[in-house]
Design a protein around this ligand. Structure first.
Ligand SMILES: Nc1ncnc2c1ncn2[C@@H]1O[C@H](COP(=O)(O)OP(=O)(O)OP(=O)(O)O)[C@@H](O)[C@H]1O
Ligand SMILES: [Mg+2]
Length: 272
């Protein structure tokens, strides 16, 4: 195993197609340095989930395929891995939407994340107690049936379950979708804590641009399957284009990066 690389994840120029024809990603390159939080930002249909599923090798189950480029996880190409092998290697994805087993209790849901590890009952309890130190709300509701917990709690269950697999890297797909601002903040605090205290590297797809960047080290903005802009979280938060297009400080008629770039090149031509 070659794991001396500074990047836990290195995506190089990938192209992804569904059903052999629908081109979902054109040319996406993205790095996640070890121990960092990277945000993958973009509107509906931009290609965020597709990028995450390319990494967790879950595309096949949706008739999708990486048709160009490469992905390295911890210094090794992942093209031959299955999703469960990826989990075994410490790469765990939390899918979009809050997928809990509604008929199981909160605690049973969390424990189900340990299926890939052979743990004794004592080990499981020890892991659980550690996880509950981050998810205090879940500890209080451990015996409740998951179907009757709130949207925010279900999202926490999904992340807590992923932590039971002892990940080196988490792929989080819109963990705060549809949640009230206070819960969004609560979930980001937990994510940040898992990153700093447990050392988990994180790639996070989000539409909540502002709060995502405030809790990340670096960000990528994608539109129709292409990276339009990337930079440190701080530089993106201060970027005029990002402010205008993603942080709601909007000017009339410009809806995406392509419009902005077109306008900029026209202005340049005029001034030449
Ligand atoms: N299983 C699939 N089969 C065919 N096309 C798909 C499939 N999944 C996604 N696509 C297409 O790929 C493109 C990227 O979709 P993707 O789900 O990755 O976007 P996203 O950024 O996650 O959007 P959202 O914020 O709505 O979740 C879209 O054009 C979408 O229609
Ligand atoms: Mg998505």
């Amino acid at each position: 195993m070659n794991n001396t690389s500074a990047n836990i994840l290195d995506i190089k120029n990938i192209e992804v197609r569904y059903d052999n024809v629908i081109l979902a990603l054109h040319d996406v390159s993205l790095k996640v340095p070890k121990g960092k939080v990277v945000a993958l930002l973009g509107a509906n249909g931009a290609g965020k989930s597709t990028t995450l599923k390319a990494v967790s090798t879950m595309l096949a189950s949706e008739r999708g395929k990486v048709t160009n480029g490469s992905i390295e996880y911890d210094g090794n190409a992942i093209d031959k891995q299955t999703p469960s092998q990826m989990v075994g290697l410490g790469m765990v994805q939390v899918l979009e939407g809050r997928r809990c087993f509604g008929h199981l209790t909160v605690e049973e849901n969390i424990i189900s994340g340990a299926y890939s590890r052979k743990l004794s009952k004592g080990d499981i309890n020890q892991e659980l107690e550690k996880i509950y130190t981050y998810f205090i709300r879940l500890k209080e509701r451990r015996k409740s049936q998951a179907a009757f917990t709130s949207g925010g709690e279900q999202q926490m269950i999904a992340v807590a379950r992923a932590m039971m697999a002892k990940p080196k890297m988490l792929l989080l797909d819109e963990p705060t979708m549809g949640l009230a601002p206070q819960l969004v903040a609560e979930i980001f605090n937990i994510v940040k804590e898992l990153n700093t205290k447990e050392g988990v590297s994180i790639l996070l797809a989000e539409q909540n641009t502002n709060v995502a960047l405030k809790n990340s080290d670096y960000g990528y903005i994608i539109e129709t399957g292409r990276v339009m802009l990337d930079g440190t979280a701080e530089s993106l938060l201060n970027d005029d284009k990002v402010k205008e297009l993603y942080l709601g400080i909007s000017k009339k008629g410009r809806k995406n990066f392509r419009d902005v770039l077109k306008e900029e090149s026209l202005t340049k031509k005029r001034s030449n």
